[in-house]
Write a protein that binds this ligand. Structure first.
Ligand code: ATP
Ligand code: MG
Length: 710
């Protein structure tokens, strides 16, 4: 292509352009927030395509589906042929590969993917079966078990080390936990399901296989990874496996924005990149194009508190700007009112709602604000926190979709049976035992083997699923549907009629779904149940409609279901195109979900000690460092104005304890140095709180009686 067609390269600064057009060998862009790392990565994708690299030989890995969608849109805007670049999260790319090689991995064609909630449920079941639930010993609960399991797999550390380092209080149960984890992997195999961690493990197994590995790696010339500071050990292995076969790896990130340590990511990986990829060219970017200097001054002071940071100070390219505000305020209701006022004021002054965001540590921090926004009819979309997919009715729908693919997915069956009114977990479990041939573990009399790798369905497979899986051959999971006539006999008679109706409807919808995967039939099955079950059933049915619409938009419906699980949409607006694309709405987001994004006006809620850092995370100095980085990520999202609120009286929700009200001190991260870069205000005073919060006066006041002497 002609250079004249590459005018967009001219919009980059020299360092960015050098990175975008780098040739030969691994490349790392290690630079601060807002310096154009993601911009440069998009330009690099476009440049590679313009240089003649076939777009399907370029792989772009991001942390969310939304990020890859947006980045590819930008690249396409520069060079239209970028549209065929393969983009996605590590998990979604893994899913494509695992599906293609399902047979080699011993998986049935319609294997299901467990989300974190499902995985925890399976662990819970095994815990119960092993008698740990009854025992008086304090055996860890399912959430802790999943944390331990996931950390072990993702950090690729031996279980004993993980327990000693992160979960010392379960040390006494180490052997039992180890046995339970083995049982967990066996059970997944017999059910024909895998979990999120398996996807990465399986990708790695494929990448390391002497036959498949080189073929996989040679299918890409370039792998580009954004937000590399948040990769875990397994993901580093994958990048290295790809890089080992002549595929060039480009990584970008900022060690000071690493906020996924709790998921076994480590900022150390980005610093070790040059070691992992010999011959790496390291590019640093200095200038920040996002924010104005007063915002960066405060952020720089925050960063300077870190003990072991890679030193960098952000310098603004934009002129002017106003100092960030630190607002001490009575309580969460007053905070909500103040934020709403400011948002409307900014809108009066010409900023659309979509240029404004309210960020918080957890999604609960905005409860009061949501009420206020509803009251004032300010439209908003919420990201992060309780994921859309975790909503019960959405999970129900996904369970139905999963059954359409894999009739042996007992996790989905368990959920679907309980859709019947009056049919509880105990009855569901009994029915399932019958459906599984009187063996809850999934072996038994199979009626139909799952479709293997797209081949014809085999019937009447004699060996049990379990034996097959154990032998490493194709795992065929029997469909449970055929055993329904026997199973219905064990559930309460009052529920039989509606259960029959559900099963019949499911069978019909399933055949339709198989003929041409469309979710309408399943929606018809679920909609009346949802309407009957939830007081706000009408609204929830609209969510189902959106799921159906999104399924239609997906060009690969089966992958669509997995995608839902792999990268749960953050809200119904994130699922498909937002319902009213032209409507203006405010963004409410957790800081984790705001990574990489930016808005003109940013409000950070609840910046009190106990939230930043969280009580739960205030243990080790590493945890506190991560908490500081979290606040840093929040602050550096602001383009023009930044406000941080310290509610003096707040609603405290420590995990595992009752809610309580507390009196807040400002976050310890708001040191005098940070506050010296901010305007500190106190709004409005609370006469009911005589204790108040100590106000740190940040302004350097010059008090002089000189004027009296005129
Ligand atoms: P983060 O660390 O938060 O992910 P980043 O380093 O990825 O930030 P970008 O999001 O790429 O930064 O860029 C921040 C802003 O700066 C964007 O609005 C982008 O359009 C703008 N920008 C980047 N490079 C330039 C440039 N050379 N000239 C003008 N604007 C730029
Ligand atoms: Mg970025």
């Amino acid at each position: 292509a002609e250079t004249s067609e590459r005018h967009w390269l001219e919009e980059l600064n020299d360092e960015q352009r050098a990175a975008a057009t780098h040739t030969g060998g691994p490349l790392l862009i290690l630079a601060g927030a807002g310096t154009g790392k993601t911009t440069t990565l998009c330009a690099r994708v476009a440049w590679l395509v313009a240089e003649g690299v076939p777009s399907e030989r370029i792989l772009l890995l991001t942390f969310t589906r939304r990020a890859s969608r947006e980045m590819l849109q930008r690249a396409r805007g520069l060079v239209p042929a970028s549209s065929r670049v393969l983009g996605g999260t590590f998990h979604s790319v893994a899913h494509r590969l695992v599906r293609r090689h399902a047979a080699a991995l011993g998986l049935p064609g319609g294997f299901g993917v467990l989300d974190a909630g499902d995985a925890a449920d399976v662990l819970d079941l095994l815990r119960e079966e092993a008698g740990h639930a009854k025992a008086r010993t304090r055996f860890p609960k399912k959430g802790t078990l999943l944390d331990i399991y996931s950390r072990t797999v993702n950090a690729q550390q031996p279980l004993s080390g993980v327990i000693a380092e992160h979960f010392p209080w379960v040390e006494d149960h180490r052997e039992a936990i180890s046995a339970l984890f083995r049982e967990y992997t066996a059970r997944k195999k017999s059910l024909g399901v895998i979990d999120l961690d398996d996807l990465l493990l399986m990708w790695r197994a494929l990448a390391r296989d002497e036959v498949i590995g080189p073929r996989l790696a040679s299918s890409f010339d370039h792998v580009l990874i954004d937000e590399y500071q948040d990769v875990n050990g397994l993901q580093v292995d994958l990048a290295q496996a790809l890089g080992g076969f002549g595929c060039d790896v480009t990584a970008v990130g900022d060690d000071f924005q690493a906020i996924y340590g709790f998921r076994s990511a480590s900022a150390g990986h980005i610093l070790d990149f040059p070691e992992h990829f010999p011959g790496t060219r390291v590019v640093t970017l200095e200038r920040n194009y996002r924010s104005t200097q007063p915002v960066l001054d405060a952020a720089n002071e925050l960063a300077a508190q870190a003990t072991r940071a890679f030193p960098k100070r952000l310098r603004a390219d934009r002129p002017g700007g106003v100092r960030p505000r630190v607002v001490h305020i009575r309580d969460e209701a007053a905070q909500a009112e103040e934020v709403a006022n400011r948002v409307l004021e900014a809108r009066e002054n010409g900023s659309d709602l979509r240029d404004q965001a309210v960020l918080a540590r957890t999604s609960h921090d905005s409860d009061a604000l949501e009420l206020e926004l509803l009251r004032r009819k300010i439209p908003y979309v919420k990201y992060g926190g309780l994921k859309y997919l975790e909503a019960a009715h959405v999970k129900d729908f996904v369970a139905l979709l999963r059954l359409a693919d894999n009739g042996g997915d007992d996790i989905a069956w368990f959920r679907v049976l309980q859709l019947v009114e009056g049919l509880g977990p105990a009855s569901a479990r009994k029915a399932m035992a019958v459906m599984a041939g009187d063996d809850a573990r999934g072996a038994g009399e199979p009626s139909e083997a799952a479709d293997a790798g797209g081949a014809a369905t085999r019937r009447g497979l004699s060996a049990s699923a379990r034996d097959e899986a154990g032998e490493g051959r194709l795992a065929a999971v029997p469909d449970r549907l055929a055993a329904w006539p026997a199973a219905r006999e064990v559930i309460p008679s009052a529920t039989r009629a509606s259960a029959d109706a559900l099963i019949a409807a499911l069978a019909v919808a399933r055949d339709e779904q198989r003929a041409g995967p469309r979710a309408e039939g399943l929606r018809e099955v679920l909609a009346p149940l949802v309407k009957a079950r939830y007081p706000d059933g009408g609204v929830r049915v609209q969510d189902l409609d959106q799921l159906v619409a999104a399924a239609h938009q997906a060009n690969d419906p089966r992958h669509f279901v997995a995608e839902l699980v792999l990268d749960p949409p953050q809200s119904s607006a994130d699922l498909a195109q937002p319902p009213h694309l032209d409507e203006d709405y405010l963004t409410l987001s957790t800081i984790h979900s705001a990574k990489g994004l930016e808005w003109d006006h940013v409000h950070v809620l609840a910046v009190y000690d106990g939230n930043f850092p969280a009580d739960m995370a205030a243990g080790t100095s590493e945890q506190i460092d991560e908490e500081r980085r979290l606040l840093y990520v929040g602050m550096t999202r602001a383009r023009r104005t930044l406000s941080m609120y310290v509610p003096v009286r707040y609603h405290h929700r420590p995990r595992g304890f009752d809610d309580a009200h507390g009196y807040g001190k400002p976050s310890r991260f708001l040191t005098p140095e940070v506050l010296a870069c901010c305007d500190v205000t106190r709004l409005p005073d609370d006469p009911l709180n005589p204790r108040g919060a100590p106000i740190v006066t940040a302004r350097r006041l010059t008090v002089s009686p000189d004027s009296l002497f005129d």
